[in-house]
Design a protein around this ligand. Structure first.
Ligand code: NOJ
Ligand code: CA
Length: 725
């Protein structure tokens, strides 16, 4: 039932998809477990929860091993890299020196789930040397480990040295040899997309072949990170990366027989992985480990491994809620395109001469309607997609000159809307769909940002649908990784906040670029509009996988669950696979500083009592408590509003109805609060009766135990505000 009818199959011809599928390359399983010989260094995490061992194998391969108490997280596993036209940095090493240190400080994120973050780790830096051989001079490689109580990060560093200056990484040898056939929550490795529904299986059962390709799948046993694992002896393990800079994304090849994971880097157009110049280093490889699921969601390891921002003035960075001329296109009530044609040349076309479709969503009057709605309900901004020329033939043609990002359609009055929005105290959010013609976007970005500033825009949603130009590059390769990071930096210089769709999945870089508020890089709510959709368990897995690296623009808040009413012919039988109040709970369980109220104003006007929760819920927090969680089953999270003694609770379930009790013992002692509980009605369920809800109020304090009753595919949202005396 949940087979992917992909976004691209909506927008690309089937022949292209078949071609892309045929490009998938095979890859071998991880090799037999490594063995450490001779001296082994041992590091304990600050609270001694985790133990790292590092040493060399008999042939001088760097090897590590990780324990959680007496349980093995990673068995001895190889490290290293293979280079093009040079001997590998994976063997024949001796240990030149070992430097140990520790670090403990606390820092404040510009926005986030908590107001301060402790960065407490033990570090081991192993300097390894290879002797000169023939023409090859001696070389040095540093492997730096940071061991926290909730996991391990490590990376390769290439110091400046005569024997290694310019080099090309052909493959990374990093392995994660797991001790057993864990349960895994995975999506297929794809060089260009993460927009898949998750599969839950044993590692031995990982097989991506039957899954319909979204863009370009890697080998049949290759999966994306973050990869979430659960062992039979109760360990929760999450493997990902931090600070992906100047390097391709990593994917993991699963050895379905021996449960080893080996690395696969996303290639460039020539098959190479990364072009580097010493001194340089790779991203951190991360392994978050805990003996309970909530602790994985609470981990700040990935953020801690990213560099602090260099921005000193950040008051212009505003977490925000927004509405948009958007869902009406996804449910096919309106279109992005203005003209009734599918053959356009950007240069020389006079759009005023073309026949309009009559269903263009981004027209001045309609945008004003959204501005009015945002102003009435205190939402900060309005996204408008389809405002600029080029949507007539934007997808599937691998065409370079599609959009110029500065020319509005004839029925979208930039100046009038700028003035109207300003008069209502609302901001407009820019949309830059690049159609993956990234060379074109790079040429035009400076002018596009100038246009934004001139017209009062200081937020932009970017998008990368389709195949990348430069042709042969991938969304998750080194060239594009550099593009996303450069774009975030360009935007920061102009004091613009950004939300990237179809970009590489995040790795905590929002610490470094706090104006990079969110990314998509997973299967968003929009899949419910035009595909078989997202199964009810989907949102209980996302925080354990995609969200480990950073916030997602999931676009929650769909109230009109049955979609037929928007366009009866097209949306027959289609629905969102949750109840209405689960959509509310997502504002708490899926953290983002940028949250869309994704439905149409007319849908919200029917349920203004429930919409109150979306109006109230903050997007920036002082504190977060993960109260109950199990990947694929349920998540219950409470968060304290920034600078206020107000709490918000979200609880969601998969396709199973559940009853839970939550203690409100996080509330301030001696304070009385009123809870407003937005719950599924007694007879609600995601498939039969998804829009039935009840709202009730009750006094609560820190001794209250709140019973929650979640419908199948349902959820509860609660706001808890102090009672004023
Ligand atoms: C895909 C994005 O995820 C979606 O939000 C957007 O509306 C379309 N591309 C068009 O840019
Ligand atoms: Ca998308």
């Amino acid at each position: 039932m949940w087979n992917t009818t992909s976004r691209l199959s909506q927008w690309l011809p089937a022949s292209t998809l078949l071609f892309l599928a045929a490009c998938s390359s095979p890859s071998g399983p991880a090799s037999a477990p490594a063995r450490m010989e001779g001296a082994v260094s041992t590091v304990h995490s600050p609270g001694r929860k985790l133990t790292l061992k590092f040493g060399l194998s008999a042939d001088g391969q760097p090897t590590y091993q990780l324990q959680f108490g007496s349980k093995t997280v990673v068995q001895p596993s190889r490290l290293g890299l293979l280079l093009q036209n040079q001997p590998g940095l994976d063997q024949d090493f001796t240990i030149a020196r070992l430097d140990s240190s520790q670090h403990d400080d606390t820092w404040a994120p510009v926005w986030g789930e908590v107001k301060s973050i402790r960065n407490h780790y033990k570090e081991l830096a192993a300097t390894l040397t290879q002797e000169a051989k023939g023409d090859q001079k001696a070389r040095r490689l540093v492997v730096r480990f940071r061991l926290y109580d909730d996991g391990l990060g490590f990376r390769y560093e290439f110091p400046a040295q005569p024997g290694l200056t310019y080099f090309t990484v052909q493959d990374e040898r990093t392995e994660f040899n797991l001790p057993a056939d864990h349960k895994a929550f995975w999506i297929p490795g794809d060089y260009d997309s993460n927009e898949y529904a998750y599969v839950t299986s044993r590692l031995s059962e990982v097989d991506t072949a039957p899954i319909e390709v979204i863009q370009q799948k890697a080998a049949p046993h290759t999966v994306q990170t973050p990869l979430m694992l659960k062992s039979d002896d109760g360990l929760y393990v999450n493997i990902h990366e931090a600070a992906l800079v100047n390097y391709p994304a990593i994917m993991l090849n699963v050895d379905t027989k021996g449960f080893g994971l080996s690395s696969q880097l996303v290639p460039d157009a020539t098959g190479a992985k990364a072009y580097l110049q010493a001194p340089e280093h790779t991203p951190w490889r991360t392994i978050v480990v805990a003996d309970n699921a909530p602790a994985v969601l609470a981990s700040k390891l990935i953020l801690n491994l990213n560099e602090p921002t260099t921005l000193t003035e950040t008051s212009w960075i505003k977490p925000q809620k927004f509405v948009g001329v958007w869902w009406e296109m996804h449910v096919n009530k309106a279109g992005w395109n203005y003209a009734d044609t599918s053959n356009i040349k950007l240069a020389g076309t006079d759009w005023t001469k073309l026949k309009p479709t009559g269903r263009h969503g981004a027209n001045t009057a309609n945008v004003k309607r959204y501005i009015d709605f945002a102003a009435r309900h205190g939402l900060q901004s309005v996204l408008v997609e389809g405002w600029n020329v080029g949507w007539e033939d934007w997808a599937g043609n691998w065409k370079e000159e599609v959009f110029d990002f500065v020319t509005p359609y004839p029925d979208f009055n930039v100046t009038e809307l700028q003035q109207y929005a300003a008069s209502k105290g609302v901001k407009l959010m820019m949309h830059h769909e690049t159609s993956s013609a990234v060379t074109n976007y790079e040429r035009r970005q400076e002018e596009a940002l100038r246009f934004m500033k001139q017209h009062g825009y200081d937020a932009v949603k970017t998008g990368y649908v389709g195949r990348i130009i430069p042709r042969g590059e991938h969304h998750d390769g080194q060239w594009m990784v550099n593009h996303y990071n450069r774009t975030a930096a360009n935007m920061a210089r102009q004091q613009i906040v950004v939300d990237m769709h179809e970009a590489v999945r995040p790795t905590g870089l929002h610490r470094t670029y706090p104006n990079w508020l969110a990314s998509e890089a997973a299967r968003g709510n929009e899949f419910n509009a035009w595909s078989s959709g997202n199964p009810p368990e989907h949102e209980t897995i996302l925080p354990f996988t995609r969200l480990m690296g950073g916030p997602m623009d999931y676009t929650p808040g769909i109230f009109q669950i049955q979609l037929e009413s928007w366009n009866p012919g097209w949306n027959k039988g289609r629905q969102v696979h949750t109840t209405l109040t689960k959509q509310l709970a997502l504002y708490v369980t899926l953290y983002s500083p940028l949250q869309m109220a994704a439905d149409l104003p007319e849908a919200y006007n029917q349920h203004l009592d429930a919409f109150q929760f979306i109006k109230d819920v903050p997007v920036d927090w002082d504190d977060t408590r993960i109260l109950l969680a199990e990947p694929g089953e349920f998540i219950t999270t409470a968060r304290k509003a920034k600078g206020k003694d107000e709490w918000y609770l979200g609880s969601i379930t998969d396709e199973n109805a559940r009853e839970q009790t939550v203690k409100l013992d996080f509330l301030t002692p001696g304070v009385q609060y009123q809870a407003t509980i937005y719950a599924d009605a007694a007879d609600a369920s995601w498939d039969d009766n998804p829009m039935a809800y009840q709202i009730r109020r009750q006094p609560v304090d820190r001794n209250t135990v709140l019973p929650l009753k979640l419908a199948a595919g349902g959820g509860t949202a609660v706001s808890i505000k102090p009672v004023s005396k």
